[in-house]
Design a protein around this ligand. Structure first.
Ligand SMILES: Cc1ncc(COP(=O)(O)O)c(C=O)c1O
Length: 393
């Protein structure tokens, strides 16, 4: 199976985000909130000189989210901030002002607020992050997963004292089942994808992920211009990709680095939307059976889509063997990355080395002088398969 790509015909040099739809992007309290959570540390920015030389780019810098909060993926940033903003809203309705990051950690405040049941659909990492946050707050969590999920990913969630409901079908089937059970039982959905009638919480999730990019203001994201020329981000429903894309578009406007969004070819809803749509998001035509489990999402989030449509340069779809190639390349330079975690690097390697992407790399202008940022979004979340792919153990 070959890689596919499409340059984005809808991209704007300077996106106009004055519409109230985009107002949520003005929030700035996320890093302060994240710093208040026990175990917070900035994730490292790691160079990959061997791979850069091999594939013909000047420099590769990887933000390694496998270290985030000790839960092996970036997703804790989104779930924790979304639950914080939800509870802050509840507090304000009941008691007025005064809910802060310190209140979030305070058992007496939580007791005064009462009990909640949080639920979420997931391919693994987002559900684990919701369970992790709920467990810290001693609240109940119910997580919906496709019934073919790896046992290790199910176990990570039950270890956080959450209940897991296995749903026959895809991630999108889990989203629908979670929404209808929540409606019937009065539970609060903490979903990472926005759909008609469910638009607020996914905004907080995207804001939460933006801490990844804000942390790099201490290093590469300098005032005025970023040190990197290209930014490679993975997309499932587009939460983390739109967090990065909005960050760079708002911080640097038309001087932003060129943003490349990478998806599994078997679950390429953003690529499908820019290639075959009319400016509206489309469902993937793929079978959603990629080993990049976290990216097996059939439809772009309705919050992520307009951001990506306006400010992403190139969309790339990669077959699964490229994810395995990227996992091994990471491992050679001391980085542990799971199947979904490796997707952005998979896109970069494929772009630089395949015949079918030659025109794309030339048009993009990526070459031996380029500085490239890549996001690794997870560690070995399925350790059995990780060992098999990288050839250890
Ligand atoms: C490891 C990993 N990377 C990337 C993603 C994609 O994130 P999003 O769904 O926000 O696009 C996910 C989603 O679950 C994930 O688990």
């Amino acid at each position: 199976m070959k890689c596919e790509y499409s340059f984005n015909p809808y991209q704007k040099e300077e996106p106009d985000w004055s519409d109230p739809f985009f107002d949520f992007l003005k929030s700035t309290d996320m890093p302060e909130f994240h710093r208040s959570i026990d175990g917070y540390a900035e994730t490292p920015l790691v160079p990959m000189p061997k791979l850069a030389a091999e594939i013909g780019v000047g420099q590769i810098l990887v933000k390694d989210e496998s270290h985030r909060y000790g839960i092996n993926a970036f997703k804790g940033l989104g779930a924790s901030y979304a639950i914080y903003r939800f509870l802050k809203g509840q507090w304000e309705k009941k008691f007025g002002d005064g809910f802060s990051p310190a209140s979030f950690k305070d058992p007496a405040t939580m007791e005064k607020l009462g009990s909640y049941t949080f639920c979420a659909a997931t391919d693994g990492n987002h559900g684990k992050a919701v369970a992790w946050t709920a467990n810290k707050l001693r609240q109940r969590a119910i997580i919906y997963m496709p019934d073919n999920s790896a046992q290790a990913r199910i176990d990570h969630i039950t270890k956080e004292n959450a209940e897991v409901v296995l749903v026959p079908g895809t991630f999108d089937d889990c989203v629908a089942k979670c929404a209808s059970d929540a409606e019937a039982n009065g539970w609060q959905v903490i979903g990472d994808t926005a759909y008609p009638g469910y638009m607020e919480i996914p905004q907080y999730i995207i804001l939460g992920y933006s801490t990844i990019f804000r942390e790099m203001e201490n290093s590469i994201n300098k005032p005025g211009k970023s040190d990197v020329d290209f930014v490679f981000l993975p997309a499932g429903v587009g939460g983390v990709a739109s967090a990065g894309t909005s960050y760079y578009a708002l911080r640097y406007g038309k001087n932003r680095p060129k943003i490349v969004c990478v998806e599994p070819k078997e679950s390429d809803c953003f690529l499908e939307s820019v290639k075959n749509g009319k400016g509206e998001p489309l469902f993937t035509k793929g079978n959603q059976m990629s080993i990049m489990a976290g990216l097996n999402c059939g439809m772009p989030s309705l919050i992520a889509w307009p951001i990506m449509r306006d400010a992403t340069e190139l969309f790339v779809g990669v077959p699964d063997d490229w994810a395995e190639t990227a996992m091994r390349a990471y491992y050679r330079e001391g980085i542990v990355s799971g199947e979904s975690g490796a997707a952005a690097l998979a896109g970069l390697i494929a772009l630089m080395t395949t015949d079918e992407m030659k025109e794309a790399r030339e048009k993009l202008g990526i070459n031996s002088g380029s500085k490239v940022f890549v996001l690794n979004t997870e560690g070995d979340t399925d350790p059995v398969n990780w060992k098999k792919v990288v050839g250890v153990g």
